[in-house]
Design a protein around this ligand. Structure first.
Ligand code: KG4
Ligand code: ZN
Length: 380
């Protein structure tokens, strides 16, 4: 079963071709080709993502990226020039080339930025019509969760259920209880900004580049090394841990952003040294991690789960990955820990493929298929 996957929920144009099968007890999954065409350089100028700009870039990138993944998987001969055309022009031309050996087209249906989702969906529909290949719509949050199943050895990882997933991305922060693959319940989520959004917005306040997560993580790491290797006098920067002691599983990160803004504005220019920015990054990162870990561990205990699955762009944060592991060993021994390889934490189409492989019966009529920017896992 060969799957062509398309993921355009945010600012990366992602495509992959994978081969998977569920025969007997063996679940196999092989990546034939994958590509993430990043738009970071374009959005960096503006300090964040502009949906209309992202949509235009997806439209421009999709045909070229399709050509690349088809060629590198060996499903298309390298001579084809047709994909230089835009979506409207290629549909006639697609019919003229030999149909590639693809059984399913998987496409992200939501949640995400509506104009961006539509570009991917319309592209999938065009291919589906031209080549007569069915479409499986995929939930982007489920993809971030199931990214943990991807392994390099060609087998699909096994997860022990019930499981709890902490999904932390630029658009979402959710705690999801999982009875089994396909059976989800959101038990907590952010009431305002997502964790990744908080990284991005606070980084902007500090004058750092977009995306803010990796920028803050980098400077926080420098600060950590400084504290451990020298006797650096630390200026005491203390930030709040919003909702940390509330007995629910919800989060709130906009207050943290406001606290950073006030602190930064109040600090005289002369004191805004490199050291100050590093210390601030360290504290922002730790504040976000502290809240995420406290609620995740408490939920894992209360719901007596057997596994914890970390996922989403923020899951590529080294400190979050390591501190969650350590905290689990200290507080809830015996629970399995799953976290995707870093490149499968941020948006990619391989996670879309592995998710589609678990929903082979859920093909959708292309006339019915539409983007659902606010799709909620467990509600469909
Ligand atoms: O999952 P993702 O690629 O896109 C969405 O679905 O939103 O997540 C992007 C988010 C951005 O907010 C980015 O700043 C954050 O993930 N991010 C990180 C790191 N790498 C990416 N946050 C913290 N530390 C990182 N190393
Ligand atoms: Zn994402």
């Amino acid at each position: 079963m060969k799957i062509l996957s398309i993921e355009t929920s945010c600012d990366d144009t992602c495509l992959s071709i994978t081969e998977g099968s569920f025969s007997g007890k063996e679940k196999k999954f092989k990546i034939l080709s994958e590509k993430v065409s990043s738009q970071i350089e374009i959005h960096r100028k503006w300090g964040g993502i502009y949906p209309t700009l992202a949509k235009r870039e997806h439209q421009k990138n999709l045909p070229t990226v399709l050509k690349e993944v088809l060629e590198s998987s060996g499903l298309l001969e390298k001579s084809s020039k047709i994909f230089k055309k835009n979506l409207k022009e290629i549909s006639d031309l697609l019919k003229k080339i030999k149909k590639p050996e693809i059984d399913i087209i998987a496409v992200t249906k939501g949640p995400g930025l509506e104009p961006c989702l539509w570009v991917g969906i319309n592209f999938a529909k065009t291919l589906s019509k031209c080549w007569d290949i069915p479409i499986i719509p995929v939930d982007h949050i489920e993809s971030h969760i199931l990214a943990s199943l991807i392994s390099e050895n060609g087998k699909i990882k096994k997860i022990e259920f019930p499981a709890l997933s902490l999904v932390v991305s630029g658009g979402h922060t959710q705690l999801v209880l999982i009875k089994n693959i396909g059976e989800y319940k959101i038990i907590g989520e952010t009431r305002d900004d997502a964790a990744g959004e908080c990284f991005d917005k606070t980084a902007r306040i500090l004058g750092l580049d977009y995306p803010g997560g990796p920028a803050i993580a980098h400077l926080a790491e420098q600060w950590k090394n400084k504290i451990s290797t020298t006797n650096t006098q630390i200026e005491e920067i203390k930030l709040p841990r919003p909702m940390i002691n509330q007995k629910n599983y919800d989060f709130s990160f906009s207050g943290l952003k406001t606290a950073v803004l006030y602190k930064f504005k109040k600090t005289p220019k002369s004191k805004k040294t490199k050291k100050y920015i590093q210390a601030m990054c360290f504290e922002i990162q730790q504040s976000i991690i502290d809240v995420l870990l406290k609620k995740t561990i408490r939920a894992a205990k209360n719901y007596k789960v057997k596994s914890i699955i970390l996922g989403g762009g923020v899951a590529s944060n080294k400190e979050l990955r390591e501190q969650l592991k350590k905290r689990m060993e200290e507080k809830i021994e015996g629970i399995k820990y799953y976290v995707p390889e870093k490149k499968y934490c941020t948006d990619n189409a391989v996670m879309t493929a592995i998710t589609a492989l678990h929903h082979l019966k859920d093909t959708e009529d292309i006339e019915e298929l539409k983007a659902e920017s606010n799709l909620r896992i467990g509600k469909h």
